[in-house]
Design a protein around this ligand. Structure first.
Ligand code: PEP
Ligand code: MN
Length: 339
């Protein structure tokens, strides 16, 4: 249930509404949009909504009939812009390249990558320190110490960090070192994690699950939004199909569909989407033409020795050509500001 509050209502009235919902058996979350303040009531008990509608301070109240209302264009027609500070924005006409290794491996690797990104005017570095791996014997990341090193070099050079959080209890320790929390494909429906990220004051990039539908992706984003965090990006990273000729099937259709259904920015991850180095560029460019607001791409100085996902990773040399072609493609999109 969505309760729109009257402008500038005092805390007593607001607490009164929250208490009423609590008595009925509903949990309350605060959501503030550019237009108004809301309380989102979460619960399943049937009751006459006029009981809440008549309370002082309530402007309007509606039942939620869809599992993805707040992230839809019906709720907000204007596109969401993720503002990372220092004039680095994604969505609503702002495009970014996010690049870096699959995994953070060493201090030297971070240093080399930061230099490569600076040379190519890229402002967001990716890199996992907590790695979801299919095998328990594979490299699983450097953890919080790796993240601190990652932060040390990025912070000193004005580069923002996107990295994956796998568990709720990692959020607090990671918080000050992260600019965007990534939710990986395997955690796309980890509802406790999504709830917790909804209470965090940092952007979240939510990946589509391995076999996730569009509606499931949007419903997962709704978990985050309905807990109060509106700074969400949706990431198409390919889905699992019967086709075995490549790692995943990048679902190009999802890009215009998500853009139509949702006001949230859409990020193109062709690295995982196709899983083969030489196809990362054509698939990324197709994703941009289809309406993507950013690309996230795995790059490594020497992909052949990368600790994870080397086969889909561009060398720094290859990446330079790739960035050029991404920029050229962005220029085709009349709705995007040049970057
Ligand atoms: C990654 O970004 O390295 C990753 C593990 O991605 P995904 O969750 O899409 O598999
Ligand atoms: Mn990877």
């Amino acid at each position: 249930m969505i309760i729109k509050l009257k402008k500038n209502i005092d805390e007593v009235l607001k607490n009164n509404i929250i208490e009423k919902l609590d008595n009925i058996g509903y949990k309350s979350n605060d959501v503030t949009t550019q237009y108004a303040d809301y309380i989102i009531g979460v619960g399943s008990k049937e009751f006459d909504i006029r009981e809440v509608g008549v309370l002082n301070g309530v402007e309007d109240i509606h039942r939620v009939t869809s599992s993805a209302k707040l992230v839809s264009r019906k709720w907000k027609t204007k596109e969401t812009i993720i503002d990372l500070g220092d004039d680095i924005k994604i969505g609503g006409g702002h495009f970014q390249i996010m690049a870096g290794p699959c995994s953070i491996e060493s201090e030297k690797q971070i240093e080399t990558t930061v230099r490569h990104l600076l040379d190519n005017n890229i402002k967001i570095m990716r890199g996992g320190v907590y790695k979801p791996r299919s095998s328990p014997y594979a490299f699983r990341g450097l953890g919080i110490d790796g993240l601190k090193l990652f932060y040390k070099y990025c912070n000193a050079n004005g580069i923002k960090i996107i990295t994956e959080v796998m568990m709720t209890d990692q959020i607090e320790d990671m918080y000050e070192y992260v600019d965007i929390f990534q939710v990986g494909a395997r955690n796309s429906q980890n509802f406790n994690l999504l709830d917790a990220l909804g209470k965090v004051n940092k952007p979240v990039m939510l990946k589509r699950a391995l076999s996730g539908t569009i509606d499931e992706l949007l419903a997962s984003a709704e978990y985050i939004f309905s807990n109060g965090n509106e700074d969400i990006m949706l990431c198409e990273r390919g889905i699992r199909t019967y086709e075995k000729a490549y790692r995943n099937t990048f679902d190009i259709n999802s890009v215009p569909l998500l853009k139509k259904k949702s006001h949230l920015p859409v990020v193109i991850d062709a690295s995982h989407g196709v899983g083969i180095r030489e196809f990362v560029e054509p698939v990324s460019l197709a994703g941009i033409i289809a309406g993507g607001d950013a690309v996230i791409t795995e790059v490594h100085e020497i992909p052949q020795i990368a600790f994870s996902d080397g086969a889909q990773t561009l060398s720094h040399k290859e990446a330079e050509i790739y960035y050029e072609n991404v920029r050229k493609t962005v220029r085709f999109r009349k709705d995007l500001k040049r970057f």
